[in-house]
Design a binder for this molecule. Sequence first.
Ligand code: CTP
Ligand code: MG
Length: 228
Amino acid sequence: TTFWCVVPAAGRGARMGADCPKQYLPLAGKPLIAHTLERLAAHPRVAGLMVVLGENDAHWPGTATLHGKPVRTAIGGAERSDSVLAGLHALPPEVGDADFVLVHDAARPCVREADIARLVERAAQADGGLLGAPLRDTLKRAGEGGRSLATEPREQRWRAFTPQMFRRGELAAALHAVARDGRAVSDEAMAMELAGFRPLLVEGAEDNIKVTTAADLALAEFLLARTA
Ligand code: CTP
Ligand code: MG
């Protein structure tokens, strides 16, 4: 089985603070997003890409196919969850409500082939899941003046990555509920948790970084070759 992948790319990259959205910054000779889409399209389990763009995006090159797979676009919204919802709605009719779809940040160009394969394998058995990794550092609760108030247990704490994989209809309903209730969610899994699901955490490589700052760009350039 193959799955469509929704790629939210409608953010403005405020924390990067560059002249253009971070997904279009040059990385190893091409725009950052080109690396991300290349890896996804090359994956045998990916059927097609639904790239969600910002309104008036002047940078999108108009790619229609990659590795022989269709690349479609939709227009995103103010929050990442709005963008993902728009992408889900715009998927071609061949994608049913009960079909699984992947969601992967445009800003994560270093995702590994084997991690996508493992997520797809395991999450489909578990009604959905996400890549992540157990926390390795000691975790502090910060208080006034940047003082450490307490040390939080590290056990059972995971960092959440993408791709995340859920059934299209269930994810759309969960994101609708979030929008209706005016709640903010930071990933698809959080919307699913609020809807009562228990997404499977699938351990993935920590070098699947989300490029957020200028330092991350340099790190991503270093990691690209090593994670191929
Ligand atoms: N994204 C989106 N629609 C939004 C906000 C974010 O499609 N309204 C996308 C981004 O383009 C990115 C991914 O979601 O690929 C993860 O978001 P993030 O890393 O926060 O990117 P930005 O929102 O662009 O960055 P910042 O928060 O620094 O502005
Ligand atoms: Mg953001």
